[in-house]
Design a protein. Structure first.
Length: 632
């Protein structure tokens, strides 16, 4: 099974929870299928995927950001973008990769889902965030329902908007995130804790409250953490605070620093850059705070805090609440936006026996969200994917078989690429310049449906370089010399003359100049000679012309140049039996225009005239009698 996964982002210096989720999903799917991860640009996600041996591809495409906050004009705007063929490049990519399943990550990643549906590829759409619920929410639900075969949420919070539309319920599935325990190196946690705390100047007896986010934004509760830190620092003098992430909003970050400066505890708060290797950061903390002001799809940061045996305090924000309740930590949930409640719970947790609480949380989170539970749920989804794959293959259009059997040039309805179909494979031209280089004509390109082209197996793309594997299978070529070759079946067949080229239906204008050393790589095939019947074919054309004139009711004398050509051929004109003659006099006959000259040579005497008439089966007067007889 061939699966292609599309990530909505690929940050250059940070990695989000949704990116971590799709990376883990791709790694686990390799147990059942061949996977390719497609990213919009190069970045940390692609580098991590390559480190794990995953096949990756960079394809530039845009997200539909309105999906998280849909408006009443969402569908109209989306249709406008589709009419502009923004998804055409994705269709071309899918034509090349030929997947059996497309996985789309996050609700804003709409264009890959649209491209896959137009090709008839099953789509599994994963919801990593919660769509805002208001009057226009159903418009976003309708878009996802239109292009998805399965809607898979990472929590019940992400699936809540879809529950409002009963027909969609049959598509809903749940697959909560997980982690790979082997990569966290639990044996090194104590060493990593001491090293990080020593580098930050934190003493062993001091407790550390941490805040982790790939980027500091208002919706992640950055300012709420600063307010909490200022108050807890006043109550707990032996407490330090660590903020991990990028200051994506400099104004917000400066405002937080001013709050801490005004409290007089700015020196007890430290800021470091985000690091995708969480095992080097989280062990140095004692409490992890996740004060998100939006309904999180899941809350992977809370999971990571519990996994390392740390106390976790969160707001009641979507998937965060689900995690806390599933692990028995509901008492450490504060109401969303309630900084007083957040302060109280952090203070209480610092006074609690953290090692025992952390160990209990770790056991609970492994049971609920560990790799074993994840693989069990994923195995059920794989069964659904396989069943739909067989149905999709059985319902491929008959037009695809017709395209595969008929060689030629084709283009899809939305795919901008031109394909050469030869020997049951479609091969795209990488550019218009390549198309012109091989002397093809645009008027020969036929337009078919994208789904019909998808049903034809893909071959190597056609380029101007890259060797014979990336050139058309049949072509005319010449090197540095004058010889012209027909390249076919991996051999070069030399033409004996330009006439031989024309007889094969080609023209000298179709000859492509290639490097001589590249032509030398091909073995020499049989030479192609001009056929001797060329003049015979020309004579036949003259005969056809005479017949057509005769059918029109008129007979013309052949031109002198036509008769001259016949004489040069040395072909004897034979008089056929039963040819109708027109009688002019008693001893003469009017023959056809072609036999007239021969008749003059034959009719030299009365005896010769009799012999000539006997050959033609005409009446001959017997010598010495007045009677006539018909010789047959």
């Amino acid at each position: 099974m061939n699966i292609v996964l599309f990530s909505h982002l690929c940050g250059k210096d940070m990695i989000t929870g949704a990116e971590k989720y799709v990376l883990t999903l791709a790694r686990e799917l390799t147990r059942w299928a061949d996977c390719t991860l497609v990213v919009p640009q190069d970045g940390l996600l692609r580098q991590e995927a390559q480190r794990y041996g995953l096949r990756t591809h960079i394809q530039d495409y845009d997200n539909v950001w309105m999906m998280t906050e849909p408006g009443l004009d969402l569908i109209e705007r989306l249709e406008t973008r589709l009419q502009q063929r923004e998804h055409g490049s994705i269709i071309a990519l899918l034509q090349s990769l030929q997947p059996d399943l497309v996985i789309v990550n996050t609700c804003v990643n709409v264009l890959p889902a649209v491209a896959a549906r137009q090709l008839g590829i099953p789509v599994a759409w994963f919801m990593n965030e919660k769509i805002s619920e208001h009057a226009a929410t159903l418009h976003a639900v309708e878009v996802i329902d239109r292009y998805a075969d399965w809607i898979i949420g990472i929590s019940e919070t992400t699936l809540r908007p879809f529950r409002q539309k009963p027909p969609v319920a049959s598509k809903l599935q749940l697959l909560m995130p997980t982690w790979n325990p082997e990569e966290l190196h639990p044996d090194a946690w104590s060493t990593l804790r001491e090293a990080k705390r020593w580098s930050l100047g934190i003493r062993p007896q001091e407790q550390v409250v941490g805040f982790i986010s790939s980027g500091f934004t208002a919706l992640k509760g950055t300012e709420h953490f600063a307010v909490m830190a200022a108050e807890v620092a006043r109550r707990k003098p032996g407490t330090r605070f660590l903020m991990v992430g990028r200051a994506t909003d400099p104004e917000l970050f400066e405002r937080c620093m001013r709050v801490l400066q005004a409290s007089g505890h700015r020196s007890r708060v430290q800021h470091i850059q985000f690091d995708s290797n969480i095992e080097s950061i989280v062990p140095a903390m004692d409490v992890v705070v996740v004060p998100s002001l939006i309904d999180e799809g899941f809350g992977l940061t809370a999971i990571e805090g519990m996994l390392f045996g740390k106390g976790v305090v969160t707001y009641r924000s979507g998937g965060l609440e689900e995690i806390m309740r599933a692990t028995g930590n509901a008492e450490w949930i504060a109401e969303q936006g309630d900084t007083i409640g957040l302060i109280e719970r952090v203070t209480q947790l610092l006074d609690a026996p953290l090692p025992q609480l952390g160990q209990a949380s770790r056991s609970a989170v492994e049971a609920a969200f560990g790799i074993a539970a994840y693989r069990h749920r994923l195995g059920g989804l794989i069964g659904l994917f396989h069943s739909r794959q067989e149905v999709a293959r059985a319902h491929r259009p008959q037009e695809a078989a017709a395209v595969a059997q008929a060689s030629g040039l084709y283009v899809g309805e939305h795919d901008p690429s031109v394909y050469l179909v030869e020997y049951g494979q479609k091969r795209p031209f990488v550019s218009q310049e390549t198309f012109r280089f091989y002397k093809y004509a645009w008027q020969d390109v036929r337009k078919v449906s994208d789904r019909a082209l998808y049903g034809v197996p893909s071959g190597a793309p056609i380029r101007m370089d890259g060797g014979w594997a990336h050139r058309p299978p049949i072509m005319l070529a010449r090197g540095s010399g004058k010889s012209v070759y027909l390249i076919a079946n991996g051999r070069k067949h030399p033409f004996s003359s330009p006439a031989a080229v024309q007889q094969r239906g080609y023209a000298m204008s179709q000859v492509i100049e290639l490097p001589e050393e590249e032509l030398q790589q091909l073995p020499l095939g049989d030479a192609i000679f001009a056929e001797r019947s060329a003049y015979r074919a020309r004579r036949n054309r003259l005969r056809v012309r005479r017949i057509r004139l005769k059918q029109r009711g008129r007979r013309r004398k052949p031109r002198a140049r036509h008769l001259k050509r016949l004489r040069l051929l040395g072909k004897r004109i034979r008089l056929r039996k039963g040819r109708r003659l027109r009688r002019v006099s008693g001893h003469s006959a009017r023959l056809t225009s072609r036999s007239r000259r021969l008749t003059k040579r034959l009719v030299r005497s009365k005896a010769g005239h009799r012999r000539h008439r006997r050959r033609l089966g005409l009446r001959v007067r017997r010598k010495g009698t007045g009677r006539t007889a018909r010789r047959r």
